[in-house]
Structure formats: C-alpha cells, structure tokens
Ligand binder design. Structure first.
Ligand SMILES: Nc1nc2c(ncn2[C@@H]2O[C@H](COP(=O)(O)OP(=O)(O)OP(=O)(O)O)[C@@H](O)[C@H]2O)c(=O)[nH]1
Ligand SMILES: [Mg+2]
Length: 309
C-alpha cells in the first residue's frame, strides 16, 4: 500500500481523467495568486492579522506564505471548529502555541454564542500595548483593523458574521467561497477584512496535502476521492487505533480493506459481487468532515512540527 497515495507534494499532480488521459491539475489556482496580491496591497491599512486555522489540523492549516506576508504584524491565531476537534489535542496545541509566545484561542463558531466577544477581546489584547501608548499621548484609539486570513474553508467569513452579529458575508461548506476582499465594521472596536482562502504553491510533505484534502480545504472535484479517503483512513488508524474498525465492525484491515468494509456495511455495490468503493470513499469523507466518527484531530502535538509557528 502506498502511504499518502494522493501525492500532493508537487506544484500540481497527475489525475487520470475519464478518457484515461493524464492531465495536470493545480490546487493553487489563479484566483489565489490574485487574492495574495490583494492582501499584500491591503496590509498597510491593517493593524493586525487574525489567522484562522482548523483545530482538527493546526499544523497543516498553517499557511507559511501567509506568515511570510504578515511579517512583523501582530497576530492572533484562532483555531476554528474546536467542536469537531479532539479536545485533549486542542488544549495541547493551544499550550504549544502559547509557549511560543503566539496569542491563540480556540472557538466553536457554530454553537458558542460568546465566541464573537472572545475573539474581539483576544484581538484587543494583542493590540493592547499600542493602544495604551496612544491613550497615554491623549489619543483615543480608533477601531482595530484586522485582516482575517487563512486557508480555504476554515471559517473566516463565518467568524466575521458571528462578530458582526449578522450574516452579511457568504459562507458555505466548501472551499473557495469568498472571492474578493471585503471590509466590515464588525464591532465598534474591530473592523475586519474578509479575504479569500489561500493555499501555497508547494507542500513540504505529502501528508499536508492529504490532511487538507481530507478535511475539505482543497477543491476535491479535482482530486481522486478514493486516494483522499485511504490517506485519511491511514492517518486515523494510526492516531485513533481501532476507532474505524469498531465503527464498521470490521477486523484489522488496511485502508483499502476499510473502504471495502464501509461499502459492504452500507450496501454500496456496483453489481451483486462488486463493491462500490468509490461511493464508500465519498460517504466516508462526508462523514469525516461532519464529525460522524467523533471529535478527531488529524495531527497530534507530539508529532514533528515546524519551528516557525
Ligand atoms: N462545526 C463548525 N463548523 C464551522 C465552524 N466555523 C465555520 N464552520 C463551517 O465551515 C464552513 C466554511 O465556513 P466559511 O466561513 O465559508 O469558511 P471560509 O474560511 O470563509 O472559506 P473560503 O471563503 O472558502 O476561504 C461553513 O460550512 C461553516 O458553517 C466551527 O467553528 N465549527
Ligand atoms: Mg470566506
């Protein structure tokens, strides 16, 4: 079995099309490059960056290009979707980030009515010194201007809507929803710039691509869903041994065997004796993204993580 079968560490990868022709596909499309340029232009008008990451993948959802762009700007990391992540791991990730002097909080943007206030407070804390200096000079500080940035589908627009208390911005459960940069006076003390989700042109390792694809931050119309599912199964079997086996009442099997067990259990068949593992893969990914297997974090803190958080 190939580990990380998806193979997303190149600038593009080859996908077998229906006509058995191999075509090159990019996951860093032109609109992301355009968004990056737009974000660079707006940086001057921004006091701080609110970097959203997905609590289920705090490392893979870290965009190194964004960190480079933001350079010396004060930064708050918001781990979104904490309601879907392993709570033990979320605590460990927060501790790790805090130990590296990065301000960070974890939020449930869907069900926690207090999350907007929490984010406003954390943003004001990041800007506290500067605003205190202004006050000491007799200047009444204006609202903090923050850029909400991060990879696709991590909850940037949802977060701004929550803080503003109204659904002004379009948000949906697929990557690439936001296509333009939009300022919103979300709170009397916080102006927020919504930005399109951006990835970066080359992943350092294949696992990153697999995790991003599994949790829905790469447009998977262009990907092989069976490969994504097998990689995700492999990761879950490693981090949560027995979980999928118990769920599907299967014996110990490899990821391909697990897809067969899922197809068997759910009666997905192409004919009487041929299982539909493609449909099983699609169902598995939908379930994983909706938290059906419980609260899972696909990368654990004690794994190797990069120094530049
Ligand atoms: N369970 C859960 N779902 C969330 C949370 N935050 C956002 N979502 C969901 O995640 C999906 C993506 O949210 P968006 O706000 O569109 O994400 P985005 O980062 O703006 O995405 P792009 O504009 O595509 O880059 C939506 O279906 C949201 O309802 C959260 O904290 N918990
Ligand atoms: Mg958006």
């Amino acid at each position: 079995m190939v580990i990380y079968a998806l193979g997303l560490n190149q600038e593009h990868f080859l996908k077998k099309e229906k006509g058995k022709q191999m075509v090159k596909v990019q996951w860093y499309p032109g609109h992301m490059e355009k968004a990056k340029r737009g974000m660079l232009e707006k940086l001057k008008a921004v006091d701080m960056i609110i970097e959203l990451r997905d609590a289920r993948m705090p490392e893979s959802s870290r965009n190194p290009m964004l960190i480079q762009m933001a350079n010396q700007k004060p930064r708050l990391i918001v781990l979104s979707k904490m309601d879907q992540a392993d709570p033990v791991q979320t605590e460990l990730w927060l501790k790790k980030l805090q130990s590296e002097n990065v301000s960070c909080i974890a939020v449930d943007l869907m069900r926690d009515p207090g999350c907007g206030k929490k984010i406003i407070q954390a943003s004001l804390n990041v800007m506290k010194e500067k605003r205190d200096r202004q006050r000491a000079k007799g200047i009444n500080p204006r609202a903090v201007r923050a850029m909400a940035a991060g990879i696709p589908n991590v909850g940037k627009s949802t977060m701004i809507n929550r803080i503003a208390g109204k659904n002004t911005l379009k948000a949906a459960d697929k990557p690439g929803v936001t296509r333009s940069l939009t300022w919103l006076h979300a709170d009397k003390e916080l102006d927020l710039l919504d930005t399109p989700g951006v990835l970066w042109p080359k992943f350092e390792d294949e696992k990153t691509g697999s995790i991003l694809a599994a949790l829905g931050s790469i447009n998977d119309d262009i990907l092989d869903k069976k490969m994504i599912a097998m990689d995700a199964i492999h990761i879950i079997q490693d981090l949560y041994p027995g979980l999928l086996e118990d769920y599907y009442e299967s014996g110990e099997v490899n990821p391909n065997g697990m897809l067969k067990a899922i197809a068997e259990k759910r009666h997905f068949k192409l004919s009487d004796d041929v299982l539909d593992t493609k449909r099983a893969a699609e169902a598995f990914l939908t379930d994983l993204r909706h938290g059906k297997y419980g609260r899972l974090t696909l990368e654990h803190v004690n794994e190797e993580t990069s120094e530049d958080m």
